[in-house]
Structures are given as C-alpha cells and as structure tokens.
Design a protein around this ligand. Structure first.
Ligand code: DAH
Length: 357
C-alpha cells in the first residue's frame, strides 16, 4: 500500500477497526462497532466505492487487499463476540444463582418473608365456610370427565346447541372426544346423585368447588382455567323459593349488605326453570364500567330447579324428590369482593398484587 493508491489506506483502516473491536466490552457495543466497521456508512464501504477512481491494476490489487481485510476483520469480530458472549453468560448465571445453602437466621432486622395461600384458595375456603354454616357439606369431583358426566347426564346430548356454550379441551383418552377437562363443576352433581342412589343416602345438600377449563381467551372477566363452586340440594318438597333464599343469604353473607343480587330468567339444559345469578358490580357500584361491560351488574353464575331429565339420568324418582342447583365462579367472587378490575391479575404471579391479600 502506498500513497499512490490514493485515499485507500488499508493498514490504517485495519488499525482503526481492530482498536474498536478490542475496545468493545459488551456484545451490544460490538454490534455497534461491527456496523461502523463494515456497514454501509463505514470507511470500508467508502474505500470500496473509491476503487472506481483507481487505474485497473491498482483497483484489482487494492480491491483484493480490501477483501482480505474484510475477512480478517470478520474473524476478529467473531472471536471477540464469542469471548463477550461467554462473559455475559457467566454474569447472567451468577446473577440468577440461588444459594441453596443459605441459612435463615430469623434475625428480627431481616424478618423472613413467608408465603401465603393464593387469593383464589382463600376465597374458596371462605365460600365453603359460608355454605357449611348454612348446612351444606363439601364434596369434590374430578377434573377430567367423560362426555356422559360433563354433558349427556346433564341433559346435553351430542350436537345439542348448548354445547356451544362450552368450548372444550378434549383429553387424548379412549375414543376421540369422549373425555374432556370438565367445562363446569356441574358433572359433580351427577356423581353425587349416582352415589346417593347406590348408597340409599338421599337427601343431598352439597357444595362442590373445583377447577374448570374452557377454550376461552383470557380477558378482564374470563380465564381459560377457572374455578367454580357448584351447589346441589335434593330433598322432599324443595321449591324455587328455597333456591332464591339460599342465593340471597349467600350473597349478603359473603359480599356484605351493600351488594345486591338479582336472578334473571335464563336457559340451562340441566335446570328448569333456570336463572342467571348476578350481583352489583363492585368496581363501579352499578354505574357501569369496563369490568361489567357498562351494565352495572356482573354475572356470577347460573341456577335453577333440577331438570327431570337429569333426575331420570341418575334414576331419582321425581314424584318423591325435587331439588335446586347452582354454579358460579370462585375467581369472579374474588374479583368482585376485592374489586379487581382485571381477572388476569390472578394468574400473572406478580407478587406486588398477590401480597395484598
Ligand atoms: N354449569 C353452568 C355453567 O358453568 C352454571 C350452572 C347453571 C350451574 C345452572 C348450575 C345451574 O348448577 O343450575 O355455565
């Protein structure tokens, strides 16, 4: 390389480039250095462009030198990058390291932060307590159910339009679409009635809390994995008045005297008549907001008198027995009682949120 080759000083280019590669102390700095060295607006690119002004011999020779330089620089950049990646990875590992041998001293100046139960678990317990105080017992079902329990015995035969209410997750077990993650806790009713028939242990006064699953997109009021508490009473001479009284008693016991409930005519295949159970939206106290879709009311669930077709499915004699059932969302109860505008907070595991409860 000589002054006769004009403005292209390959040695100086290389020295500059090497200096900035070596001076990069993070991969981000190296990325910036790389684009300054070989990018469109680099001295290298300018040198390439200036080749056009050289005579053919010099153009060939300097062009080749530039290409060789580019090769050397790329290698040096790659080498530096792998050093920096290793350093950064080691730093990240060190930062994430957990000292499992750490001894908890119980020093009062740095009290140990103990975890506690999740709001949904606490809510479930409180709901159970309210119902136990009203004379119910607590039963549990299973999270995967056959089509019979989740749908058919509840008067939802295959292809029934009500299946559209329940977008289901199917489990890969047995014949296709015969086992589902339960879409509601209502199938536990069927288990309880079958059991009572087998044992001759009617009447039933039970609540059944548990986890349910639907192929829904999470939003302010819905989670694809959520919790319900189901109620079932089967006894002699049970009427809709018993149902309404139970719901009213529950509402004031759990939410306090300022929250009102209303039952609105609705349709569920497993109850007749059926009603939707709604309470005052506690976020806006009825004025209307995003959480209640500007209605002032939030639906907690459904209820009604057990449909004779359901009693038939489990062999209960409708001449002797009648009953009511209800099912509503535990997460929704927690949301309303604690004025949580967006239910997704329940599953985001943000400790700043969880520690409030
Ligand atoms: N299983 C219904 C649902 O999740 C809620 C429901 C409605 C339960 C009416 C009941 C009932 O027991 O009687 O959509």
């Amino acid at each position: 390389m000589s002054a006769a080759d004009g403005p292209v000083d390959v040695a100086a280019l290389e020295a500059d480039a090497n200096r900035s590669i070596d001076a990069s102390s993070t991969t981000a700095e190296l990325d910036a250095a790389e684009s300054a060295i070989v990018g469109k607006r680099s001295a290298m690119a300018a040198a390439h462009r200036s080749l056009g002004g050289l005579d053919p011999d010099a153009r060939r020779r300097v062009g080749q030198e530039l290409n060789e330089l580019r090769g050397r620089l790329e290698q040096r950049i790659a080498g530096r990058r792998s050093e920096l990646v290793a350093v950064e990875r080691a730093a990240a590992l060190e930062e994430d390291r957990m000292d499992l041998t750490e001894v908890v001293t119980g020093d009062v100046r740095s009290p140990v932060v103990r975890g506690h139960r999740h709001l949904v678990t606490t809510t479930r317990d409180q709901l159970e307590d309210v119902f136990v105080a009203m004379g119910f017992n607590v039963a549990e079902g299973r999270e995967a159910e056959t089509d019979w329990y989740n749908f058919e015995a509840l008067n939802i035969p295959p292809a029934h339009p009500a299946r559209g209410m329940y977008d289901s997750f199917y489990v890969d077990l047995g014949e296709p679409e015969t086992v589902v993650l339960r879409t509601h806790t209502s199938p536990v009713q069927i288990h309880l009635m079958e059991h009572a028939m087998a044992e001759g242990s009617l009447p039933i006064h039970s609540v059944m809390p548990g986890r349910c699953f639907r192929r829904d997109t999470a939003d302010a009021r819905h989670l694809p994995v959520f919790h319900q508490i189901e109620g079932l009473v089967v006894d002699h001479g049970i009427t809709f008045g018993d149902l309404a009284g139970t719901i009213e008693t529950f509402t004031t016991a759990y939410f306090g005297p300022d929250v009102h409930s209303r039952l609105r005519p609705a349709y569920f295949p497993f109850t007749e008549p059926s009603a939707e159970y709604e309470i005052t939206c506690t976020i806006c106290l009825g004025a209307g907001c995003r959480t209640c879709s500007d209605t002032g009311w939030v639906e907690l669930g459904g209820c009604g008198m057990v449909d004779p077709a359901v009693f038939d499915a489990v062999g209960i004699d409708t001449a002797l027995w009648s009953g009511f059932a209800f099912g509503f969302g535990i997460d929704r109860c927690a949301q309303m009682r604690h004025e949580i505008a967006d239910m997704r907070a329940l599953v985001e595991n943000d400790l700043r949120f969880l520690r409030q409860f």
